[in-house]
Design a protein around this ligand. Structure first.
Ligand code: ATP
Ligand code: MG
Length: 283
């Protein structure tokens, strides 16, 4: 389904973000990409949806080579890939429903898009997508009045309304508190499984990755250094991914790098478990 072979990315300033990355995502699979800050995770996702040119290597989605696509082909590709961002990327002044309908833009006629007109078939898909993430009751709410968890559910609904071949999520829960992170990851994994959409998620929180995905890929300095099931991610693998020099470094690691921008450059995985979460959390 998604095949990545020997992808190398060198930015114009000379930074080699990816050295040689090969991996795949099968139909029905949810895969997490983990790694410390600067490992190359976002670069890889941008390459997959054609936003970042590769220096070398191949990326195919259902046999179509992404790295060689022209603008028209890229527009078709973007229609097929649902993208979920850390900061939601919703239009704040528009209702949740309208935001979800933007996922249908690629299927609507250019003329209808100009006037913001979506036929009943598009509206039905958007409503169904909101329902899938339990947000139907917020359909008419302005996006900027929603809580962080609700915003991310709307953004998942928007991606679903594209009826995507592939879902990509870049740190989808990094802006949410731990309890909401679990809930939103639960929703994302549930809809991905129910809709049978292969899904690739960049995530700092290793425990969330282990709880909700089928396979983990660990990247360090632009190279895949681990690939396996959640139960195969042992201390040795964690050391390879996060480059802990000594075992003590692992024990004393900063648990919430995403919440602490001053430590972002030295980020290590967040490992709070559900049992450690506060009992009462406002949604
Ligand atoms: N546009 C760019 N130009 C030059 N260098 C870049 C650019 N974007 C990213 N980089 C560099 O490429 C490397 C990989 O960055 P990337 O954003 O892919 O890492 P990441 O794993 O997503 O990190 P984080 O966990 O902090 O989001 C880093 O060294 C980063 O500084
Ligand atoms: Mg990133």
């Amino acid at each position: 389904m998604l095949e990545i072979q020997n992808v190398r990315v060198v930015y114009p300033n000379g930074t080699e973000a990816l050295k040689s990355v090969s991996m795949s995502v099968k139909q029905d699979e949810i895969v997490a990409i983990i790694g410390r800050s600067g490992a190359g995770k976002s670069t890889l996702l941008r390459c997959i949806n054609g936003l970042q040119p590769v220096t070398a290597g191949s990326i195919t989605l259902d046999g179509q080579e992404v790295t060689q696509m022209d603008k028209a082909e890229l527009r078709m590709l973007w229609r097929q890939i649902g993208f979920i961002w850390q900061e939601y990327n919703l239009v704040g002044r528009l209702p949740a429903m309208t935001n979800v309908l933007t996922g249908r833009l690629g299927y609507n006629s250019g003329f209808a898009n100009l006037f913001g007109y979506f036929g009943s078939d598009h509206r039905a898909i958007a409503l169904r997508s909101l329902e899938r993430v339990n947000m139907l009751h917020r359909a008419k709410f302005r996006a900027d009045r929603l809580s962080g968890g609700e915003k991310q559910r709307v953004s998942i609904a928007r991606a679903l309304s594209q009826e995507p071949k592939l879902l990509l999520a870049d740190e989808p829960v990094a802006s949410l508190d731990p309890e909401l992170s679990w809930q939103v990851m639960e929703d994302l994994a549930r809809v991905a499984r129910e809709e049978r959409v292969p899904t690739l998620i960049n995530i700092h929180h290793v425990d969330l990755a282990k709880a909700f995905t089928d396979r983990l890929i660990g990247i360090a300095e632009g190279v895949v250094v681990f690939e396996g099931r959640p139960d195969e991610l042992d201390d040795a693998a964690m050391d390879r991914i996060y480059r802990f020099d000594k075992p003590e470094a692992r024990e004393t690691a900063d648990l919430h790098p995403a919440d602490n921008p001053t430590h972002a450059a030295e980020a290590v995985p967040a490992v709070a478990t559900r049992a450690e979460l506060p009992v009462e959390v406002n949604d």
